[in-house]
Design a protein around this ligand. Structure first.
Ligand code: GLA
Length: 397
């Protein structure tokens, strides 16, 4: 008898093994997920009315058309478990139940995201999924959940990698494709092991609504997160992203310039773009930042290459990101409180790999206009905490 098992035998073996060990759902999140999560603005003050109104706003205000699709309900939606151990939604805040809410979100053309925790309880003391992973995954599947943010509170002595793998396998077994968001705040370097487990992993403790600050829990402002992201780019790519945390755009504490810088840099890192403001009531300016399609295109670029810090000179930093079709983005940021004069030749070779000659058109992605080409020196001023985000595209002679 031949020792060969043949193609169908190999396929059978593969299916058995993946059934045994599980795997992550492939080919979803091939570009960074975009959506909304209420945590940064609502904390626990969410209910089904808010969620329905947010869904309606996403559809009517142009966010859905700009690419935002996941509507994620964060902590505090759950209250306990029934006698069988099935997780229960808060009957006061979510009286219709999660299946009906999920159906509503889907009926608006959006996707439904939910939150749980790898430990016994969530960060706000609600039931976690520890010991209930498969039951929860199956419940989410019956509700039509498309995205799970999985937190790391009350983990005790658990090992992060195996805890996240356990829920990955449970989701896979439940059979409904789910984008799996690892939220363990970068403590156990998830970029080292997360690629085959989740589709995105947080790189930091929680973002704070400030440009340049930290708090005692390790929370970080925009600049601190940028610095953390700086060395992690090589770990991310299509299907597995470094998550710089939910956006603070529109939450009232950053100046418009700081918000543009924040949004630009998240796009440069190909971070998920998860709006974190009350999108039912936001200014035109906030909406125009969140829906700037030219910036979103940098984030969603098919190659998914994260930016590297190309130059640093005092408070001026220039970040560089190669794009599809031989194009490039540069992001100039002013971290300081004085206006900076820009006088920069962009013709260069970067990493011995990317050569920029004088054949590119330079376009300002916030002003939406061409501002020159690479045969010229880039000149101008950068106000405090402001940003100049440009793309370099081939010149047509
Ligand atoms: C942690 C997470 C936050 C949020 C809260 C909810 O702090 O990092 O993003 O989900 O828990 O309690």
């Amino acid at each position: 008898m031949s020792g060969k098992i043949g193609i169908s035998g190999a396929l059978f073996l593969f299916l058995c093994l993946s059934e045994l060990f599980g795997q992550k759902f492939d080919s979803i999140a091939m570009t960074p997920p975009m959506g909304w999560n209420g945590w940064n603005s609502f904390k626990c003050r969410i209910n089904e009315t808010v969620i329905r109104e947010v869904a309606n706003a996403m559809v009517t205000n142009g966010m859905m058309d700009a690419g935002y699709s996941y509507l994620v309900i964060d902590d505090c939606w759950q209250t306990g478990r029934d006698v069988n151990g099935t997780i229960l939604a808060d009957p006061v805040r979510f009286p219709s139940g999660m299946k009906i809410l999920g159906d509503y979100i889907h009926s608006r053309g959006l996707k439904f995201g939910i939150y749980s925790d790898a430990g016994n309880s969530t960060c706000r003391g609600r039931p976690g999924s520890r010991g209930h992973e498969l039951r929860d995954a199956m419940t989410y599947a019956t509700w039509g959940v498309d995205y799970l943010k999985y937190d790391w509170c009350s983990h005790g002595t658990l090992d992060a990698e195996s805890s996240y793998r356990l829920m990955r396998d449970a989701l896979y077994k439940a059979g409904r494709p789910v984008v799996y968001s690892i939220c363990e705040w970068g403590k156990n370097e998830p970029w080292q092991w997360g690629k085959d487990i989740g589709h995105l992993w947080r790189t930091t403790p929680d973002i704070i609504n400030c440009f340049d600050c930290r708090n005692i829990w390790g929370g970080m402002g925009v600049l601190q997160i940028i610095d953390r992201m700086a060395d992690l780019g090589s770990f991310a790519g299509p299907g597995h992203w470094n998550d710089a945390d939910m956006l603070q755009v529109g939450n009232g504490n950053l100046t418009p310039a700081e918000e543009r810088l924040h949004f630009s840099m998240w796009a440069m890192f190909s971070s998920p773009l998860i709006a974190g403001n009350d999108i039912r009531n936001m200014s035109e300016e906030t909406l125009s930042i969140l829906t700037n399609r030219e910036v979103i295109a940098i984030d969603q670029d098919r190659l998914g290459i994260s930016a590297t810090r190309w130059l640093k000179s005092g408070d001026l930093e220039i970040w560089f990101k190669p794009l599809d079709r031989g194009e490039f983005a540069f992001c100039l940021i002013n971290r300081g409180s004085r206006t900076i004069t820009i006088n920069q030749n962009l013709k260069t070779t970067i990493s011995n790999h990317y050569t920029i000659d004088d054949s590119y058109v330079v376009r300002d992605l916030w002003k939406h206009k061409i501002i020159g080409n690479t045969s010229e020196i880039l000149k101008g001023y950068l106000c405090p905490h402001d940003v100049l985000l440009i793309s370099l595209t081939a010149r047509v002679y």
